[in-house]
Design a protein around this ligand. Structure first.
Ligand code: FAD
Length: 615
């Protein structure tokens, strides 16, 4: 079944263009635009989470043999492990919004969502995108039904972030029938329960050099492959994480995935989607954790009142709700753009030669959106995982004593949240990717960033064309002004940094990370604002809550952007030059803060009334 045709006709935009262009609310996809069929699928996933995953929570967390595999099999029976696999290989070939929805609503127990996420994402999609016809026919139906669980094995004991530096080696046997693998892999999700492993190794031959970075499909039980003991982890304790060892492991030559020497395309392209999905899983987990927080705050009494009536508890609830609202808005905006591309890069970029589907010989096309939306995917990974950490931390704070003991969900939630900032590329690495990707696109002429920076630099002495200082009228006008200001600040800071460091900017990691943070805040605020405006136009009952959360995000976003930009400027200049630049920044950042106390109380009261995240 394919429901791609039922997705709203939302405009596909070039990746990263949110920084340079304005969008109308109607142009972005929001969760309110979901079709009836998508809502039904989301409800089925939520029911599965409630009726199957949560009742098995203790058994999963204590690794009772077979329980996790059984849950995966049941998820397979409902089609949840077949969503991204084409119909001809036993899948459902659904759109990416539906794929995100299922992950979102299944994410109520991080041990399960890690298992599910690794299986349907980084373990299965390399085969969908790069497999030969024979490989797809042999393995995809088994993965679609989850008869076999998949694993993705890139990291090694001595190379995690530095993935190109892997030491696992493959040599072709003299008769050309097999590759012989030697080496080891570390921290492999689903390692102990998988039936099929996508393993990365360098093919070496008689010629000197590091060898060709390549991917292999290896079945469980292949002689020479050993699965090590389960790791004892801080969180996601119910998930399987194992090392793998290969000693003269004979892999049929027909199981080379993609072309020899192009394994890094597979490894990194699939990680873009993995980052997107990790952001989605964080949204699902945070929605559930916020629900616990709100209900607990309503029920717990201190000093003769429900603690939900205390301003400081309200601030915690509203902060978490606003961050979740921003992450959720970005997620579905991005999935809407991917679906609007029909799985390929946006037309205008493709016509310029950018983001064109990369072809791998006769082995099919890799969707152009994988690279096109790399910056949005990294932002979602960073923002989603850090949002989830705030929510988990505040859940412990609100539950206090009960938050700290194992019997209640806060303790597990707190431990489980931490891994999201580590895997799928650490948040440090993803911050470098955001700024590095934008710079690369600009240098290649694929994103008119340099022209936009020049325009801002030329106009710095003129009054800003937006009004974030409180003069503008109308609902959400202040927030729209803040967004315009943040875009100008990001371009100004990027311009100063580019002038100062030129090609050496890559070595200024602190500056790169500050720029990435401002860019992420821009995407978050714009996605939240456009959704709030869309809701207001449709006169939805929850529109005031969305507007209030957008108000909170505008204040926190402006504060973060100004502070990060100040650090960037101070790293680039000194003396009179710095003073002039800081004066420009102050003009760009003229902004009247809202009464965030009132906004926070309003959001928290709506949460308390709804007894959950109110949207
Ligand atoms: C529970 C779990 C499940 C996992 N699942 C999988 C899996 O299924 N498949 C798989 O292949 N891997 C998996 N991993 C591995 C994971 O992807 C790596 O741990 C991660 O990429 C970081 O690598 P590392 O641990 O070697 O840290 P390192 O790369 O050694 O990094 C250490 C620190 O240095 C920082 N750092 C590194 N390089 C730079 C740089 N250039 N600039 C600035 N800072 C830098 C990092 O951000 C980090 O803070 C998993 C890990 C865990 C813990």
């Amino acid at each position: 079944m394919s429901i791609a045709s039922t997705v709203s006709p939302i405009a596909a935009a070039a990746g990263g263009s949110f920084l340079l262009e304005s969008r109308a609310p109607a142009e972005v996809f929001t969760p309110e635009d979901l079709t009836g069929e998508q809502r039904q699928i989301a409800a089925t996933a939520a029911r599965f989470a409630r009726e199957e995953i949560l009742p098995a929570l203790d058994e999963v967390e204590h690794k009772k043999p077979g329980v996790l595999e059984n849950l995966m099999r049941k998820a397979g029976e409902l089609g949840f492990t077949a969503i991204d696999i084409p119909e001809e290989y036993g899948g459902m070939g659904m759109d990416k919004t539906t794929s995100a929805l299922v992950t979102d609503h299944l994410s109520v127990l991080a041990s399960f969502s890690t298992t599910y996420g690794a299986h349907v994402g980084i373990a299965t999609l390399p085969l969908v995108w790069y497999g030969t016809e024979d490989q797809k026919r042999r393995y995809l139906p088994k993965l679609a039904s989850s008869e076999w669980i998949g694993a993705y094995a890139l990291s090694e004991a001595s190379s995690g972030s530095d993935a190109m530096n892997i030491r696992t080696r493959a040599t072709l046997s003299p008769d050309g029938a097999h590759y012989i693998l030697n080496g080891e892999k570390q921290w492999i999700s689903n390692g102990g329960i998988a039936g099929l492993y996508t393993v990365f190794a360098r093919i070496t031959g008689p010629e000197p050099g590091p060898g060709k970075f390549s991917a292999f499909l290896i079945e469980r039980g292949t002689p020479g492959m050993t699965i090590g003991a389960e790791e004892h982890k801080l969180g996601i304790r119910g998930s399987s994480t194992c090392p793998l060892a290969f000693q003269d492991c004979k892999v049929p030559a027909a199981n080379l995935l993609g072309e020899a020497g192009k394994g890094h395309h597979i490894a990194f392209n699939v990680l873009n989607w993995g980052r997107f999905k990790l952001g989605v899983a964080c949204v699902g987990s945070a929605r559930q954790a916020l629900g616990y927080m709100i209900r607990y705050a309503n029920e717990r009494h201190a000093f003769g009142r429900s603690i939900a009536e205390f301003g400081l508890i309200q601030r915690k609830i509203s902060t978490c709700a606003a961050l979740l609202y921003a992450a959720e808005s970005m997620i579905y905006r991005t999935s809407g753009m991917i679906d609007a591309c029909g799985g390929q890069a946006p037309d205008e970029m493709a016509s310029k030669g950018a983001g064109k589907p990369e072809t791998d010989g006769q082995r099919g096309a890799i969707p152009g959106w994988l690279d096109e939306y790399a910056v949005e995917c990294s932002i979602l990974k960073i923002y989603g995982s850090e949002m989830m950490n705030v929510v988990a931390d505040e859940l412990v704070a609100v539950m206090a004593g009960y938050g700290y003991v194992e019997e209640y969900p806060a303790e597990r939630c707190y431990r489980d949240a931490r891994i999201n900032r580590i895997f799928e590329g650490t948040n440090e690495i993803n911050r470098l990717i955001v700024t590095g990707w934008l710079m690369k696109r600009a240098q290649r002429g694929q994103l008119p960033l340099q022209a936009a920076i020049r325009k801002v630099m030329d106009a710095v002495m003129e009054p800003p064309s937006y009004d974030a200082a409180g003069g503008a009228d109308g609902p959400l006008a202040r927030e729209a002004g803040a967004l315009a200001a943040m875009k100008q600040i990001s371009l100004f800071a990027a311009g100063v940094a580019a002038q100062r460091f030129a090609a050496g900017l890559e070595d200024q990691q602190e500056v790169m990370a500050d720029l990435a943070d401002i860019v992420a805040e821009v995407y978050a605020l714009e996605s939240a604002l456009l959704r709030a405006q869309k809701m207001a136009a449709a006169r939805r009952a929850v529109a005031p809550a969305a507007a209030a959360m957008t108000g909170l995000l505008a204040d926190s976003g402006m504060a973060l952007a100004e502070q990060a930009a100040r650090r960037v400027l101070a790293a680039c200049a000194e003396g009179d030059m710095l003073r002039t630049q800081l004066a420009i920044l102050r003009r760009l950042a003229r902004f009247t803060p809202a009464n965030t106390v009132a906004l926070s109380r309003k959001v928290a009261q709506q949460c308390a009334h709804a007894e959950r995240y109110p949207l």
